[in-house]
Design a protein around this ligand. Structure first.
Ligand SMILES: Cc1cc2nc3c(=O)[nH]c(=O)nc-3n(C[C@H](O)[C@H](O)[C@H](O)COP(=O)(O)O)c2cc1C
Length: 167
């Protein structure tokens, strides 16, 4: 599968089959995060792989989104340096983690797996469940598993609406 195909086929998947994610596929998804670029190549990030059902259910509760716990794997993306602001005024940590998580969503498509970026969750509860140190920031939860359905393509603004040239 080429990158364009993966981009076109990615969907937010909110229903997963219970079957486990083969180790080799999981490894490829995690490797995609490892290879992602970051500001100053600082790579101030960690990814917690949660397979334990009880912990997954707790994470789902912390997000108030039950389907999160139904995926056989939840990958939790953590910034180790959430204070890092670039000279542009943009926080580097959110950008760094977004790129890594997006790499994983695309690699997952290639592996026949589904994902859904979860940005709505209790920071405090997730940190407590996973014993994440207070100074770090959990950026996203990423359920991962074989899709139980094929979500329709969501609408997007037109090319003309979002692209400007020269100014
Ligand atoms: C930063 C961010 C946070 C998101 N948070 C959630 C979330 O908490 N729960 C959820 O079900 N989907 C979440 N989504 C998924 C979006 O709803 C989804 O990407 C959007 O509706 C477009 O659909 P698509 O991903 O299938 O193209 C999030 C996506 C992004 C990029």
């Amino acid at each position: 599968m080429d990158v364009s195909e993966a981009i076109k086929n990615r969907r937010s998947v909110r229903a997963y089959k219970p079957e486990p994610v083969p180790e080799e596929k999981l490894r490829k998804v995690l490797e995609a995060a490892r290879l992602a670029p970051s500001a100053h190549n600082a790579q101030e990030r960690k990814f917690i792989v949660v397979r334990d059902e009880e912990i997954r259910k707790k994470l789902a509760e912390a997000a108030g989104q039950g389907f999160v716990g139904e995926a056989p794997v939840v990958i939790v993306a953590v910034s180790l340096n959430p204070e890092d602001i670039m000279s542009s005024g943009v926080p580097a940590f959110a950008v760094d983690l977004a790129i890594a998580v997006d790499h994983m969503t695309l690699q997952a498509v290639e592996e026949g797996l589904g994902t859904c970026w979860i940005g709505a969750f209790s920071q405090e509860k997730v940190k407590e469940i996973l014993k994440v140190p207070a100074q770090y920031k959990v950026v996203a939860l990423l359920p991962l598993g074989f899709p139980a359905d094929k979500p329709a393509l969501k609408s997007r603004k037109s090319f003309e609406e979002i692209i400007c040239f020269e100014e």
